[in-house]
Write a protein that binds this ligand. Structure first.
Ligand code: ZN
Length: 136
């Protein structure tokens, strides 16, 4: 696993939170993106070399809606950059971690992503991210 690619924060209202984090960081978000497969709207901020992703649910079945129902707004996941996501999934499964989606899917920001279930990682939802090579 490589560096932290980004930190994901679950929010109830993206527009409201964009303003809060804009004030906090002193920079505006640099893009918003919809991820249909997850039912979320996202926005991204950069601070130095860090990347922060805000996530708002687009429907009540979205994992973000369920998270906010249970825990309220806040840090939702930590994403790590990986070189070869398929290999990393295999390695982590062998180590006994529970992979939520064993087939990597398209995430925001031109990434292939997979998630590890927080029950196997001390309550922390971990996202694996691999940069996609061909942008279709
Ligand atoms: Zn993420």
């Amino acid at each position: 696993m490589n560096k932290i690619e980004h930190i994901g924060i679950a929010v109830k209202d993206l527009e409201t939170s964009n303003l809060i984090f804009e004030k906090l960081f002193g920079v505006p978000h640099y893009k918003t993106e919809t991820v249909e497969s997850e039912g979320v709207k996202t926005s991204f901020f950069k601070t130095g070399t860090n990347k922060i992703e805000l996530l708002e649910a687009m429907n009540p079945n979205s994992p973000i809606a369920k998270f906010i129902d249970k825990k309220g707004e806040g840090i939702h996941h930590i994403a790590f950059d990986v070189n070869d996501i398929e290999l990393e999934i295999k390695r982590l499964k062998n180590e006994g971690f529970v992979v939520i989606n064993e087939t990597p899917k398209k995430g925001a920001d031109n990434k292939l992503v997979a998630f590890l279930h927080p029950k196997s990682t001390n309550g922390v939802l971990i996202e694996l991210c691999q940069e996609r090579i061909n942008k279709e």
